[in-house]
Design a protein. Structure first.
Length: 329
Protein backbone atom coordinates (compact mmCIF):
# COMPACT_ATOMS: atom_id res chain seq x y z
CA UNK A 1 0.00 0.00 0.00
CA UNK A 2 3.05 2.24 0.17
CA UNK A 3 3.61 1.99 -3.59
CA UNK A 4 3.30 5.43 -5.21
CA UNK A 5 1.01 4.05 -7.95
CA UNK A 6 -1.38 2.62 -5.34
CA UNK A 7 -1.36 5.88 -3.39
CA UNK A 8 -2.20 7.85 -6.53
CA UNK A 9 -4.96 5.40 -7.40
CA UNK A 10 -6.48 5.79 -3.93
CA UNK A 11 -6.97 9.47 -4.67
CA UNK A 12 -8.89 8.79 -7.88
CA UNK A 13 -11.17 5.80 -7.29
CA UNK A 14 -14.56 5.98 -5.50
CA UNK A 15 -13.87 2.86 -3.40
CA UNK A 16 -11.42 2.07 -0.62
CA UNK A 17 -8.20 0.18 -1.32
CA UNK A 18 -6.87 -2.23 1.30
CA UNK A 19 -3.99 -4.70 1.50
CA UNK A 20 -4.63 -8.41 1.46
CA UNK A 21 -1.86 -11.02 1.39
CA UNK A 22 0.56 -8.50 -0.03
CA UNK A 23 -1.78 -7.38 -2.84
CA UNK A 24 -4.27 -4.55 -3.12
CA UNK A 25 -7.97 -5.30 -2.66
CA UNK A 26 -11.03 -3.08 -2.80
CA UNK A 27 -13.87 -2.49 -0.35
CA UNK A 28 -17.34 -1.57 -1.60
CA UNK A 29 -20.76 -1.19 -0.03
CA UNK A 30 -22.95 -4.01 -1.31
CA UNK A 31 -26.31 -2.91 0.04
CA UNK A 32 -28.42 -0.06 1.35
CA UNK A 33 -27.61 -1.16 4.91
CA UNK A 34 -24.00 -0.04 4.40
CA UNK A 35 -22.57 -3.59 4.49
CA UNK A 36 -18.98 -3.58 3.24
CA UNK A 37 -17.46 -6.42 1.25
CA UNK A 38 -13.84 -6.90 0.24
CA UNK A 39 -12.79 -8.17 -3.19
CA UNK A 40 -9.34 -9.29 -4.27
CA UNK A 41 -8.18 -8.65 -7.82
CA UNK A 42 -8.49 -12.35 -8.61
CA UNK A 43 -12.01 -12.44 -7.20
CA UNK A 44 -13.00 -9.53 -9.45
CA UNK A 45 -11.33 -11.21 -12.43
CA UNK A 46 -13.23 -14.42 -11.70
CA UNK A 47 -16.56 -12.52 -11.60
CA UNK A 48 -15.78 -10.72 -14.86
CA UNK A 49 -14.61 -13.81 -16.77
CA UNK A 50 -17.59 -15.82 -15.51
CA UNK A 51 -20.02 -13.12 -16.67
CA UNK A 52 -18.36 -12.93 -20.09
CA UNK A 53 -18.50 -16.71 -20.40
CA UNK A 54 -22.23 -16.80 -19.62
CA UNK A 55 -22.92 -14.13 -22.23
CA UNK A 56 -20.81 -15.94 -24.83
CA UNK A 57 -22.56 -19.26 -24.18
CA UNK A 58 -25.98 -17.62 -24.35
CA UNK A 59 -25.04 -16.04 -27.68
CA UNK A 60 -23.49 -19.19 -29.18
CA UNK A 61 -25.96 -21.64 -27.73
CA UNK A 62 -23.23 -24.02 -26.61
CA UNK A 63 -20.60 -24.47 -23.94
CA UNK A 64 -17.39 -22.44 -24.09
CA UNK A 65 -14.55 -24.71 -23.01
CA UNK A 66 -11.46 -22.59 -23.79
CA UNK A 67 -10.45 -19.01 -23.00
CA UNK A 68 -7.92 -16.46 -24.22
CA UNK A 69 -7.35 -13.68 -21.69
CA UNK A 70 -5.73 -10.46 -22.94
CA UNK A 71 -3.92 -8.42 -20.26
CA UNK A 72 -1.73 -5.27 -20.18
CA UNK A 73 1.94 -5.91 -20.90
CA UNK A 74 2.95 -4.63 -17.45
CA UNK A 75 0.93 -7.29 -15.56
CA UNK A 76 3.52 -9.41 -13.65
CA UNK A 77 4.12 -13.01 -14.63
CA UNK A 78 2.84 -14.31 -11.29
CA UNK A 79 -0.48 -12.52 -11.74
CA UNK A 80 -0.83 -13.99 -15.22
CA UNK A 81 -0.33 -17.45 -13.75
CA UNK A 82 -2.94 -16.68 -11.08
CA UNK A 83 -5.43 -15.65 -13.76
CA UNK A 84 -4.81 -18.84 -15.71
CA UNK A 85 -5.27 -20.91 -12.56
CA UNK A 86 -8.54 -19.17 -11.70
CA UNK A 87 -9.86 -19.77 -15.21
CA UNK A 88 -8.89 -23.45 -15.17
CA UNK A 89 -9.69 -24.57 -11.64
CA UNK A 90 -12.37 -22.15 -10.46
CA UNK A 91 -14.23 -21.62 -13.73
CA UNK A 92 -13.56 -25.00 -15.32
CA UNK A 93 -12.02 -23.96 -18.65
CA UNK A 94 -10.16 -26.80 -20.38
CA UNK A 95 -7.63 -24.61 -22.18
CA UNK A 96 -6.46 -21.16 -21.09
CA UNK A 97 -4.00 -18.77 -22.69
CA UNK A 98 -2.96 -15.39 -21.26
CA UNK A 99 -1.49 -12.95 -23.79
CA UNK A 100 -0.62 -9.26 -24.01
CA UNK A 101 -3.33 -6.95 -25.32
CA UNK A 102 -0.76 -5.28 -27.56
CA UNK A 103 0.28 -8.60 -29.11
CA UNK A 104 -3.36 -9.49 -29.70
CA UNK A 105 -3.91 -6.15 -31.43
CA UNK A 106 -0.93 -6.70 -33.73
CA UNK A 107 -2.16 -10.21 -34.51
CA UNK A 108 -5.43 -8.70 -35.73
CA UNK A 109 -3.32 -7.17 -38.52
CA UNK A 110 -1.76 -10.60 -39.21
CA UNK A 111 1.72 -9.49 -38.10
CA UNK A 112 2.14 -12.88 -36.42
CA UNK A 113 2.11 -14.54 -39.86
CA UNK A 114 5.01 -14.91 -42.29
CA UNK A 115 4.29 -11.58 -43.98
CA UNK A 116 5.03 -9.73 -40.72
CA UNK A 117 7.89 -11.92 -39.55
CA UNK A 118 10.89 -9.92 -38.29
CA UNK A 119 9.27 -6.50 -38.71
CA UNK A 120 9.15 -4.12 -35.76
CA UNK A 121 5.60 -3.19 -34.72
CA UNK A 122 4.58 -0.33 -32.46
CA UNK A 123 1.19 -0.56 -30.78
CA UNK A 124 -0.03 2.70 -29.22
CA UNK A 125 -2.83 2.37 -26.69
CA UNK A 126 -4.81 5.24 -25.20
CA UNK A 127 -7.55 3.75 -23.09
CA UNK A 128 -10.06 5.03 -20.60
CA UNK A 129 -7.62 5.31 -17.70
CA UNK A 130 -4.20 4.20 -18.94
CA UNK A 131 -1.98 4.52 -22.01
CA UNK A 132 1.08 2.75 -23.37
CA UNK A 133 3.40 2.35 -26.34
CA UNK A 134 4.94 -1.06 -27.04
CA UNK A 135 7.47 -2.10 -29.69
CA UNK A 136 8.07 -5.77 -30.50
CA UNK A 137 8.72 -8.21 -33.34
CA UNK A 138 7.21 -11.52 -34.31
CA UNK A 139 9.92 -14.11 -34.93
CA UNK A 140 8.46 -17.33 -36.35
CA UNK A 141 5.11 -16.36 -34.84
CA UNK A 142 6.50 -15.66 -31.36
CA UNK A 143 6.45 -12.09 -30.04
CA UNK A 144 9.79 -10.66 -28.90
CA UNK A 145 9.50 -7.46 -26.87
CA UNK A 146 11.88 -4.61 -27.67
CA UNK A 147 10.68 -1.82 -25.41
CA UNK A 148 7.53 -0.53 -23.72
CA UNK A 149 6.44 2.57 -21.84
CA UNK A 150 3.25 3.21 -19.90
CA UNK A 151 1.38 6.03 -18.23
CA UNK A 152 -0.99 4.57 -15.67
CA UNK A 153 -2.83 7.85 -15.15
CA UNK A 154 -3.43 9.10 -18.69
CA UNK A 155 -6.52 8.11 -20.64
CA UNK A 156 -9.79 9.23 -22.16
CA UNK A 157 -11.13 10.26 -18.76
CA UNK A 158 -8.28 12.75 -18.46
CA UNK A 159 -9.60 14.54 -21.56
CA UNK A 160 -13.18 14.39 -20.27
CA UNK A 161 -12.10 15.95 -16.99
CA UNK A 162 -10.32 18.77 -18.78
CA UNK A 163 -13.28 19.35 -21.11
CA UNK A 164 -15.81 19.49 -18.28
CA UNK A 165 -13.65 22.07 -16.52
CA UNK A 166 -13.41 24.08 -19.74
CA UNK A 167 -17.16 24.12 -20.29
CA UNK A 168 -17.62 26.03 -17.06
CA UNK A 169 -15.91 29.04 -18.68
CA UNK A 170 -17.74 28.88 -22.00
CA UNK A 171 -21.30 29.38 -20.82
CA UNK A 172 -22.19 33.08 -21.25
CA UNK A 173 -25.49 32.96 -19.36
CA UNK A 174 -24.21 31.87 -15.99
CA UNK A 175 -22.04 33.24 -13.24
CA UNK A 176 -18.45 31.96 -13.21
CA UNK A 177 -15.47 32.26 -10.97
CA UNK A 178 -11.80 32.07 -11.91
CA UNK A 179 -11.16 29.79 -8.95
CA UNK A 180 -11.30 26.56 -10.95
CA UNK A 181 -14.75 25.35 -11.96
CA UNK A 182 -17.51 27.04 -10.00
CA UNK A 183 -20.14 27.50 -12.69
CA UNK A 184 -23.64 28.00 -11.37
CA UNK A 185 -26.58 26.38 -13.08
CA UNK A 186 -29.98 27.85 -13.81
CA UNK A 187 -33.21 25.94 -13.52
CA UNK A 188 -34.42 24.62 -16.89
CA UNK A 189 -37.49 26.82 -16.47
CA UNK A 190 -35.23 29.86 -16.71
CA UNK A 191 -35.72 30.70 -13.07
CA UNK A 192 -33.19 31.43 -10.37
CA UNK A 193 -29.75 30.04 -9.77
CA UNK A 194 -29.70 26.31 -9.04
CA UNK A 195 -26.36 26.19 -7.24
CA UNK A 196 -22.66 25.53 -7.56
CA UNK A 197 -21.89 22.75 -10.02
CA UNK A 198 -19.10 21.38 -7.85
CA UNK A 199 -21.68 20.71 -5.16
CA UNK A 200 -24.17 19.08 -7.53
CA UNK A 201 -23.17 15.46 -8.24
CA UNK A 202 -26.02 14.97 -10.72
CA UNK A 203 -24.98 18.04 -12.68
CA UNK A 204 -21.34 16.97 -12.72
CA UNK A 205 -22.24 13.51 -13.97
CA UNK A 206 -24.43 14.88 -16.76
CA UNK A 207 -21.71 17.33 -17.78
CA UNK A 208 -19.12 14.56 -17.77
CA UNK A 209 -21.25 12.41 -20.10
CA UNK A 210 -21.92 15.37 -22.40
CA UNK A 211 -18.19 16.12 -22.63
CA UNK A 212 -17.48 12.48 -23.47
CA UNK A 213 -19.88 12.72 -26.43
CA UNK A 214 -18.37 16.06 -27.48
CA UNK A 215 -14.84 14.65 -27.40
CA UNK A 216 -15.83 11.85 -29.76
CA UNK A 217 -17.73 14.23 -32.06
CA UNK A 218 -14.68 16.50 -32.40
CA UNK A 219 -12.68 13.64 -33.87
CA UNK A 220 -14.65 14.21 -37.08
CA UNK A 221 -16.03 17.74 -36.64
CA UNK A 222 -14.57 21.21 -36.11
CA UNK A 223 -17.23 22.26 -33.59
CA UNK A 224 -19.91 20.65 -31.50
CA UNK A 225 -22.40 21.57 -28.79
CA UNK A 226 -22.02 20.42 -25.20
CA UNK A 227 -25.59 20.26 -23.98
CA UNK A 228 -27.10 19.07 -20.73
CA UNK A 229 -30.88 19.20 -20.36
CA UNK A 230 -32.82 17.24 -17.82
CA UNK A 231 -33.36 16.79 -14.13
CA UNK A 232 -34.04 20.49 -13.72
CA UNK A 233 -30.71 21.35 -15.39
CA UNK A 234 -30.32 23.38 -18.56
CA UNK A 235 -26.85 24.07 -19.97
CA UNK A 236 -25.28 24.42 -23.40
CA UNK A 237 -21.94 25.63 -24.70
CA UNK A 238 -20.17 25.50 -28.05
CA UNK A 239 -16.84 23.65 -28.02
CA UNK A 240 -14.41 23.76 -30.94
CA UNK A 241 -11.68 21.27 -31.81
CA UNK A 242 -9.07 24.03 -31.55
CA UNK A 243 -10.18 24.91 -28.03
CA UNK A 244 -10.22 21.27 -26.97
CA UNK A 245 -6.68 20.79 -28.27
CA UNK A 246 -5.51 23.98 -26.60
CA UNK A 247 -6.86 22.94 -23.22
CA UNK A 248 -5.51 19.39 -23.56
CA UNK A 249 -2.11 20.20 -25.05
CA UNK A 250 -0.28 18.83 -22.02
CA UNK A 251 -2.22 15.56 -22.25
CA UNK A 252 -1.46 15.17 -25.97
CA UNK A 253 2.21 15.83 -25.27
CA UNK A 254 2.25 13.17 -22.57
CA UNK A 255 0.67 10.66 -24.95
CA UNK A 256 3.11 11.40 -27.77
CA UNK A 257 6.01 11.31 -25.30
CA UNK A 258 5.31 7.64 -24.65
CA UNK A 259 6.14 6.49 -28.15
CA UNK A 260 8.66 9.01 -29.52
CA UNK A 261 11.59 7.95 -27.29
CA UNK A 262 10.73 4.31 -27.92
CA UNK A 263 11.36 4.57 -31.65
CA UNK A 264 14.40 6.80 -31.26
CA UNK A 265 16.03 4.58 -28.69
CA UNK A 266 16.08 1.74 -31.20
CA UNK A 267 17.87 3.82 -33.84
CA UNK A 268 14.96 3.83 -36.26
CA UNK A 269 15.29 6.45 -38.98
CA UNK A 270 12.32 7.98 -40.74
CA UNK A 271 12.13 5.02 -43.08
CA UNK A 272 13.15 2.49 -40.48
CA UNK A 273 10.58 3.32 -37.85
CA UNK A 274 8.35 0.46 -36.80
CA UNK A 275 5.05 -0.19 -38.50
CA UNK A 276 2.54 1.44 -36.21
CA UNK A 277 -0.88 0.22 -35.17
CA UNK A 278 -3.49 1.72 -32.86
CA UNK A 279 -5.17 -0.70 -30.51
CA UNK A 280 -7.70 1.76 -29.21
CA UNK A 281 -8.96 4.99 -30.67
CA UNK A 282 -7.44 8.02 -28.90
CA UNK A 283 -10.74 9.85 -29.56
CA UNK A 284 -8.85 13.08 -29.95
CA UNK A 285 -7.72 14.66 -33.23
CA UNK A 286 -4.27 15.78 -32.12
CA UNK A 287 -3.26 12.39 -30.78
CA UNK A 288 -4.52 10.65 -33.88
CA UNK A 289 -2.86 13.11 -36.27
CA UNK A 290 0.43 12.56 -34.45
CA UNK A 291 0.21 8.87 -35.32
CA UNK A 292 -1.05 9.02 -38.88
CA UNK A 293 2.24 10.01 -40.60
CA UNK A 294 3.78 6.70 -39.54
CA UNK A 295 0.77 4.47 -40.16
CA UNK A 296 1.27 2.27 -43.19
CA UNK A 297 -1.87 0.16 -43.25
CA UNK A 298 -5.59 0.45 -42.75
CA UNK A 299 -7.76 -1.63 -40.49
CA UNK A 300 -7.61 -5.43 -40.20
CA UNK A 301 -9.53 -7.38 -42.78
CA UNK A 302 -13.14 -7.72 -41.81
CA UNK A 303 -13.01 -4.80 -39.39
CA UNK A 304 -15.71 -2.93 -41.26
CA UNK A 305 -13.50 0.08 -41.93
CA UNK A 306 -13.86 2.41 -44.87
CA UNK A 307 -10.99 4.49 -46.10
CA UNK A 308 -9.01 3.78 -42.96
CA UNK A 309 -11.73 5.07 -40.63
CA UNK A 310 -12.32 3.06 -37.51
CA UNK A 311 -15.65 1.41 -36.88
CA UNK A 312 -17.03 -1.10 -34.42
CA UNK A 313 -16.18 -1.50 -30.75
CA UNK A 314 -12.82 -0.13 -29.73
CA UNK A 315 -11.69 -3.48 -28.24
CA UNK A 316 -12.88 -5.59 -31.17
CA UNK A 317 -9.41 -5.71 -32.71
CA UNK A 318 -7.92 -7.05 -29.48
CA UNK A 319 -10.63 -9.69 -29.32
CA UNK A 320 -10.05 -10.67 -32.95
CA UNK A 321 -6.30 -10.85 -32.50
CA UNK A 322 -6.69 -12.80 -29.29
CA UNK A 323 -8.81 -15.40 -31.04
CA UNK A 324 -6.13 -15.75 -33.74
CA UNK A 325 -3.34 -16.14 -31.20
CA UNK A 326 -5.46 -18.56 -29.20
CA UNK A 327 -5.93 -20.88 -32.17
CA UNK A 328 -3.33 -23.24 -30.72
CA UNK A 329 -5.81 -24.13 -27.99
Amino acid sequence: MEDHVVKREMELVPYKLTERQGWASIQVETGSDGHVKEFSLLHLACILISELRHKAEAHLGREVANAVIAVPHYLPYIRRQDLASVARYDLGFHGVKVIDQQIAAAAAYHHHTKRGDGKAVLVFHLGGRTSSATIFKFINGTARHITARSDLFLGGKSFDRSSSTLCGFLQPDVMTSLRGLSTTWRDSSGGGIRGNIRQDKEALLRLWVACEHAKKALSDQEETLVQVDGGGISFSAALTRAKLEEMNRDLFDRAMGLEAPSGESQGHGRRGRPRRRQREDPQGPSARQGLLPWQEAKQPRGSGSRGGRRSGHRDSFTSRGGSLRGGVL
